[in-house]
Design a protein around this ligand. Sequence first.
Ligand code: DC
Length: 337
Amino acid sequence: MQIIRGATTIKKDEKNQIVYAVKDLLDEIFSLNNLKKEETIGIVFSLTTDIHSFHPAKAARVCGYDFAPLFACVEPDIVGGLPLCIRVMVMVEVSPSRLVKHVYLEDAKMLRADLSSIYNIALDGPAGSGKSTVAKILAKEYNILYLDTGAMYRACALKAVRENVAPQDSEGVKKLLEYLDVKVEYLDGAQHTYLDGEDVSDKIRANEVSMAASHISAHPCVRIKMVEMQRVIAKQMSCILDGRDIGSTVLPDAKFKFYLTADSAIRAKRRYDELLERGQNVDFDKLHAEIVQRDKQDSEREFSPLVCANDAIVIDTSEMSIDEVVAKIKSYIQQGI
Ligand code: DC
């Protein structure tokens, strides 16, 4: 079961206003989430003590939402609370992996500004700067999608490795692109990356794929294709995207932009620990040299390199814990929404 939240406000305590407010709120929740009647388990409203003229559960029934159990209760008065406010929880029987969208209308938008409209967070930086760990935590906290764009380039690289095409060979890569089939899907909130219909989410993490991804992502034809997919996803829902060129090229208008960086030896150590945990034994010095080499390749490529957007907030994570990085980013986001 999942719960979809929503809230709205009315201007005056009048029957008509309550009926229309409830209708707008439920209509928006159902259409935005593509909900079917039979997926609804129940709808619970709460209302502030200044609303007396009509019962929101009754309003829902009047508007055709009589297919689910309806209930309403009164909220305690809170000093400084939003007046004339109707909140709702729609309980639905849908897969836990489905990303549900909450709806905040009228003055209630200020209750959860982060949920009331589509916004994107760009998180750029070199390998091992902590982007993906931080992005996953933030996506969960804000109930938005995490799009790991590096995984898409890694899937392209895996294709080249499998087809014996050198990732630097621009002609070979161009041909590969004609029949390249890369997709991302979300299961239980986690991104799964598919290559030719196969879930390659783990295989793309192999160290040889990392280097190949750095080479293949330098080709403009590859980037154009991947960026197009990333923009389509980011347009549909609020997302946090991590990558190298999100704030500069993919989403130059992203509402929030952060650039994470850290000393290369520290980043190499993080990757080393991560690979060890995955059961991959690698030589630390070699890994460090590869990270330095990847940084150079990623930032020196001609087309859409790794770059810190002018308006991005730079965070050096060398001496910071993940919790500290998350808290810092959240403090900027809270100021901005
Ligand atoms: O973040 P990562 O290590 O999974 O990325 C793998 C490679 O893909 C990296 O060397 C650079 C490239 N990349 C890119 O060029 N642009 C992005 N938006 C994301 C990754």
